[in-house]
Design a protein around this ligand. Structure first.
Ligand code: SAM
Length: 283
């Protein structure tokens, strides 16, 4: 399930680092939320997986984030767990693991597209003001639509999201700007901005001297992948009050693949998020 050649630039393993970040954050989150007796907590996992992953560190099968979050119970646990998984086999495997090992928890495993369930969760939170959600959105690619993220505006959600800056968006932003209509549509849907805004953000016109005189060509701005990470943060800041530093994940050739970040409306949550990210790695 996990490509074992993908490592961060410390030669470590970022899948497990990402999991540690979410679990450490969840522990601190539960402590804070339990001081507010009026509130109930939901853990929402939009790309839950099967419950196990291949460890990059040891090449062994280890528990994935979903099971690690279910294990948190001393001193506090979530009131509701909601796991979304599109792949039927993964969904069934996760459901079995949850039923076998975490029986009695208010845990739901559903086979669905994450976007659909983010919208359902937003609706639920609008109607049930005493609920707070910790959401973990962990896709491989550009499967999360901006309209889904947009639905979270003004809600009590702390959102950890894996943004495929290097492996997704950057690959679509071709050097000469010659991007097909279908790729532009995908980029617009993912970033929630127009084709013109995408072009203005990532490309500039440059005049070059050719054999037949001056010509204007389209050139991509430098540091595209970092710019995508910054743009996604800017986009999140139109929905949430704060975004954390990014945990930047690189492959063995030192190319950035993902930015992992947290968005929230709560200043204390921001502080905790940065505290859990900074010892790992930040850019
Ligand atoms: C990176 S893995 C999840 C790993 C898991 N978050 C963990 O930390 O243990 C991504 C999972 O998302 C599922 N998936 C892919 N597209 C999806 C979608 N649109 N909605 C929900 N799940 C999806 C895949 O089947 C896969 O099991």
């Amino acid at each position: 399930m996990i490509n074992s050649s993908i490592m961060n630039n410390f030669g470590g393993n970022w899948t497990e680092a990402k999991m540690d970040i979410v679990v450490s954050y969840a522990k601190a989150y539960l402590v804070i939320m339990n001081k507010q007796d009026w509130s109930k907590t939901i853990y929402f996992d939009g790309f839950a997986g099967s419950g196990i992953i291949d460890s990059e560190k040891s090449n062994e099968i280890i528990k994935g984030t979903a099971l690690r979050i279910l294990e948190l119970e001393d001193p506090f646990e979530f009131d509701i767990y909601y796991f979304v998984e599109l792949n039927e086999v993964h969904k069934n495997e996760l459901e079995k693991r949850v039923n076998d090992n975490y029986f009695g928890k208010n845990a739901h495993v559903v086979k669905a597209d994450c976007n659909e369930k983010i919208l359902s969760m937003s609706k639920f939170l609008k109607e049930n003001k005493n609920y707070r959600t910790l959401a973990f959105i962990d896709p491989y690619g550009m499967s999360v639509d901006w309209s889904s993220i947009n639905s979270l505006k003004d809600l009590g959600v702390d959102l950890w999201i894996l943004v495929p800056t290097g492996i997704g968006v950057s690959r679509m932003l071709k050097n000469n700007g010659d991007i097909s209509d279908s790729w532009f549509s995908k980029l617009e849907k993912f970033l929630g901005i127009s084709r013109e805004e995408i072009i203005n953000h990532f490309y500039k016109k440059q005049v070059v001297n050719t054999l037949f005189g001056e010509e204007s060509i389209t050139v991509k701005e430098a540091n595209t992948v970092q710019k995508i990470g910054e743009l996604y943060k800017e986009r999140l800041l139109t929905i949430f009050k704060f975004t954390s530093d990014s945990f930047v994940m690189k492959n063995s050739t030192n190319s950035i693949m993902y930015h992992f970040m947290m968005a929230t409306n709560n200043p204390n949550a921001l502080k905790i998020a940065n505290e859990v990210i900074r010892p790992k790695y930040k850019l």
